[in-house]
Design a protein around this ligand. Structure first.
Ligand code: UDX
Length: 449
């Protein structure tokens, strides 16, 4: 099938490459000439396991194309994906200007029937807006070329995006029409991903749009709930890791997304929770649970700083902290809304220096903060330890899980670890002579009662 994808960002590029891989003929359009030229040369703008070879092979095989020419790109596909960004505007609502601009462009140039698919995470009601913008633009042209709008939210996770897209657990399709002209092309498009059993869940457009937000908000709720439990566990002298196993074994609760830590980050949870709160407020509903999810997460991002100031005091002038992990989670270089940013900014404010290491986000931290005397970006995790007053861990990279503790002890001024991801056994670290603070592990902190 011939497919056009607007927006070569995270979602658009992964989706386009995976569709090309199963044999579809995919044209990607972006306004950024530099990005398009780089992709043609095989330079992928993001770090994502497995994506670079997939893009390159399919580009070389002639199934994946990149262009800035909207008119030619629109002529290419029967299906037109909108996968452009929906950044938060000043009040946290999703900014739809890029989505509506694409809708307008499609309507300006289309000459045959198109099925327009909203892939971007968009508030409920956006498909109606897209339809309206397209109808108005076509009317201005004096054209009556038919089109349909479908919602098809994306559920991929960074770091596992290619696998998630290749083997989706579900394909949610929202359509207000059951006409063959809409459903058949979508079925044909996703047939290769639908082999063993039907993964397509059909529903009306508004339900599909809300499904995306509900999924992310549910996951964020699980995390904030566990973070709240971890704070209670700490004060009550209980160990949240034991509690996690105790509740996760109940199949109604499950083990996924109940890992406590120094807060969730990334491009989705913080933005989507906030956007759904704004949508609710806009229609006169106070979403108390979602507001609490956001507040708990906000506080949790300061958790490590609180532990550090309890130990070292408020004034950290002259102190150096070794930081392992900058990315918002492992297997990505993405630092959007990462807990490490709150940690570093607070440490700097208190006068400390940070010696940081991350397996992938070293360029990203320099891009965000530039050169500064109180940030030293180190080449290895061992180098980041040298002469520091303590080690702080913000991301659970695999390579941090079994470090040489003798090296850590020898390199730090004093053997103190603040672990925002509960990587180690507190008892074992205590026996090795470390002072170890983790999240919600009562054994490392004196209970309140
Ligand atoms: C998320 C959703 O999982 C995905 O379905 C959606 O399409 C986009 O948003 P992503 O942001 O890539 O994906 O990362 P995810 O693995 O969900 O982690 C998000 C954040 O939650 C990370 O900061 C992670 O450290 C944190 N997290 C996750 C926890 O703190 N505890 C957990 O148990 C799980």
């Amino acid at each position: 099938m011939k497919v056009t994808v607007f927006g070569i960002g995270y979602v658009g590029l992964v989706q386009a490459a995976v569709l090309a891989e199963v044999g579809h003929d995919v044209m990607c359009i972006d306004v950024d000439e530099h990005k398009v030229e780089n992709l043609k040369k095989g330079n992928i703008p993001i770090f994502e396991p497995g994506l670079a070879p997939l893009v390159q092979q399919n580009y070389e095989a002639g199934r994946l194309h990149f262009t800035t020419d909207a008119k030619a790109g629109i002529a290419h596909g029967t299906i037109q994906f909108i996968a452009v960004g929906t950044p938060p505007d000043e009040d946290g609502s999703a900014d739809l200007q890029y989505v509506t601009a694409v809708a307008r462009t499609i309507a300006e140039h289309m000459t045959d029937r198109k099925v327009v698919v909203d892939k971007s995470t968009v508030p409920v009601g956006t498909a109606d807006k897209v339809r309206q913008v397209m109808a108005t633009t076509l009317e201005k042209r004096g054209s009556n070329v038919p089109f349909d709008v479908v919602s098809n939210p994306e559920f991929l996770k960074e770091g596992a995006a290619v696998a998630d897209c290749m083997r989706p657990e579900r394909i949610v399709i929202g359509s207000d029409s059951d006409s063959k002209e809409v459903i058949e092309p979508i079925r044909e498009l996703y047939e290769p991903f639908n082999r063993n059993h039907d993964r397509m869940i059909m529903m009306d457009i508004r339900s599909a749009e809300l499904t995306k937000y509900a999924a992310n908000c549910m996951l964020a709720t699980k995390i904030s709930f566990m973070n709240e439990m971890s704070n209670l566990a700490e004060m009550l002298g209980a160990d949240i890791e034991k509690v996690r196993q105790g509740i996760g074994s109940d199949s109604r609760i499950g083990y996924h997304f109940i890992y406590p830590g120094c807060g969730y980050g990334g491009s989705c949870f913080p933005k989507d929770v906030q956007a759904l709160i704004r949508t609710a407020e806009h229609i006169g509903y106070q979403p108390k649970l979602l507001q609490a999810v956001e507040q708990v997460n906000y506080q949790q991002k300061y958790k490590l700083n609180r532990l550090i100031s309890d130990y070292f005091g408020e004034d950290l002038k002259g102190k150096t902290f070794s930081l392992w992990g900058l990315a918002f989670k492992p297997n990505t270089d993405d630092m959007r809304e990462a807990s490490s940013r709150v940690l570093m900014e607070q440490l700097w404010q208190a006068g400390a220096t940070v010696q940081a290491y991350d397996p992938e986000a070293m360029h990203e931290v320099q891009r965000i903060y530039g050169q500064r005397d109180d940030l030293k970006v180190m080449d290895t995790k061992e180098a980041a330890l040298q002469g520091a007053d303590a080690l702080v861990i913000c991301t659970e990279w695999q390579s941090f899980r079994a470090p040489d503790f003798d090296i850590i002890k020898g390199a730090l001024k004093q053997p103190v670890i603040f672990d925002g991801r509960n990587l180690f056994d507190p008892e074992r670290l205590k026996n090795r002579g470390f002072t170890y603070y983790a999240i919600g592990r009562g054994s490392s902190i004196k209970p309140v009662i």
